[in-house]
Design a protein around this ligand. Structure first.
Ligand SMILES: [Zn+2]
Length: 200
């Protein structure tokens, strides 16, 4: 179901150096886990802050999940835009520190290893504005792409209907329910709480 995504990791390297300086240290220390996920995902990519248990079991602080099918059908440009987009979800606290050389208070990133210094931010307007400026307007709603491709070539068969009926009986939804907001962003509908905050 999950695979280490070395390709995604290497695509991320350049993007981080050029556009996400707050992630450089985390990247170099292996605190960002990159994974492919197969199966019927309703998203192309997902950024998540690890829970305490996930930190304990994986040694990571942050996760990026990429839908395996989306990665396969995306062009190199789309792949870069998607990875850049997911990286935009991660925020890191800053503090001011006195620099004796310049005799000024200067901003400094807070401790990379403290989970409290990491956060997830949501999309502004329709897409992260920096993604639009770097990859163009055509990238708007890139996370929706996988779901769109899937619904286009998805044909319901008798087996599917039976499966759905069966899972209805067992009380579990046949497919993860999802919603598409006005910005074209797909979000999985969550049961209960947000579980440590993840974003599509
Ligand atoms: Zn997103």
């Amino acid at each position: 179901m999950f695979d280490r995504a070395h390709e995604v990791r290497s695509v991320a390297a350049n993007i981080i150096i050029n556009h996400h300086p707050h992630l450089e240290e985390a990247y170099n220390e292996g605190l960002i886990g990159f994974y492919f996920k197969d199966g019927n995902n309703d998203w192309a990519g997902k950024a998540k802050k690890c829970t305490a248990f996930e930190r304990y079991t994986t040694g990571h602080m942050l996760f990026i999940f990429i839908d395996k099918h989306a990665w396969k059908v995306y062009s190199d440009d789309q792949r870069r835009a998607l990875v850049d987009h997911e990286l935009c979800h991660f925020t890191r606290e800053k503090t001011l520190e006195y620099n004796p050389e310049t005799q000024k208070q200067e901003p400094k990133w807070c401790d990379v290893n403290d989970p409290d210094n990491w956060g997830i931010r949501d999309h502004d307007v329709e897409e992260f504005s920096e993604i639009i400026s770097r990859h163009g307007l055509w990238e708007t709603g890139i996370e929706r792409f996988a779901a769109a491709v899937r619904s286009a070539d998805y044909q319901m068969t008798i087996e599917d209907i039976e499966e759905e009926q069966e899972s209805e009986e067992s009380g579990e939804p046949a497919r993860t329910p999802y919603s598409v907001d006005r910005g074209g962003v797909v979000s999985l509908k969550k049961n209960g709480d947000g579980k440590g905050g993840d974003a599509a």
